[in-house]
Design a protein around this ligand. Sequence first.
Ligand code: ARG
Length: 474
Amino acid sequence: MSETPNLHNSDLRNSDANQQWGGRFAAGPSVVMQEINASIGFDRKMWRQDIRGSLAHAAMLTKLGILTLQDETDIKTGLAAIAADIDAGRFAFDETLEDIHMNIEARLTERIGDAGRRLHTGRSRNDQVATDFRLWVRDAIDGLDAQIADVMRAMAERAATFADAVMPGFTHLQTAQPVTFGHHLLAYVEMLARDRGRLADCRKRLNECPLGSAALAGTSFPLDREMTARELGFDRPTANSLDAVSDRDFALEFLSAAAISAMHLSRLAEEIVIWCSAPYRFIRLSDAFTTGSSIMPQKRNPDAAELVRAKTGRINGALVGLLTVMKGLPLAYAKDMQEDKEPAFDAADAWALSLAAIAGMVRDMTPDTTRMREFAGSGFATATDLADWLVRVLKQPFRSAHHTTGRLVAMAEARGVDLSDLTLAEMQSVEPGITEEIFGVLTVEASVASRRSYGGTAPTNVAAQAARWLKALG
Ligand code: ARG
């Protein structure tokens, strides 16, 4: 189309040339160009953040006298109407307008005319998108942080209830020493607390405002960047305009935190799968968190746990994907960076859903404490307690005690019995100093009760730690 587009036409949707830069362009983009260029299909998710940013920018321009009070009123009214339309699903998103920023600005101009056209003074989509995306990630961080706290609370509550429920503790997935179920759950609470720490850390560094960096070099307008930063809840404006429009570290840090947290959740999910399996039966999930099989009537499958385990894949993919997009990009903005949002959105959704599923399963599961206790004692789980007794009472060096105990384990194994089933005479044939007292340390209850070292599995420790967490979590 060769006709010169009219820059003052408020509805340029029907013009072939783009309304934002149509002055320079005579013809419109090819279909493929439009399709590969458009981000509206996904960045519409940031509409609230875009409107928040525009309101702050407009207020600041008004304070500087660049916009009149009437302009600001019109912008506020127009953006409120647009927000209501989007919220109600009435807003017609237009792919020819590429992204959320231009969709909202075009609609605003259609509604209010020139004030809408003045809004973009002293800003570019480059600082606008960087600001919107930071706001979006910050909102996501706040939501996820609350969800992680909820999972921690659910686990600490159950840990308090099962502070003294003995279960086998594993290394190499081989029975190692008895622990309590509460202790096991609190291990995950510690991991999740670190996940929250990483989010808080990411939020701190993220919390600088790019708005006013404009396209890449800053702007000739004497903007009050402190004001917009404050208005949007940022700690300060970013200090280098080139960095501000080309930095996506905040998204990468968010995705790194997501990947580590998803790894934690997948470990718990895997344990839930194992604990639910028929040979273990340590826990039971209700109908609410299991599915049946269309062919095998007896099945209760822990699909939610399996899917949490699997979501780790897409979250790791998001991190590696964005690292790869950013690698080697020259300063400042490049369109490559438009590929930052989908991985972050997808990972945030997957993370949130995983946390909800884990919280649900932790509250839903019924531990079979009888069965856990039964297995806690199998596999000579109290052998270390026997060795410790030889050190404590007979003053044997630990290495010698380890050797003596190894011989007793071999004897019990040969007879097909547990350590506590050996007679005193049999034990004394290996170590004459052993007395009746030894039977007091061979039970799983005595074993866990004795592990009172700070951070150890003794039920008194576990109850105290669970109470500490519940208090901290409020
Ligand atoms: N949709 C774009 C993005 O997400 C907005 C910024 C476009 N800037 C530009 N100079 N083309 O990155």
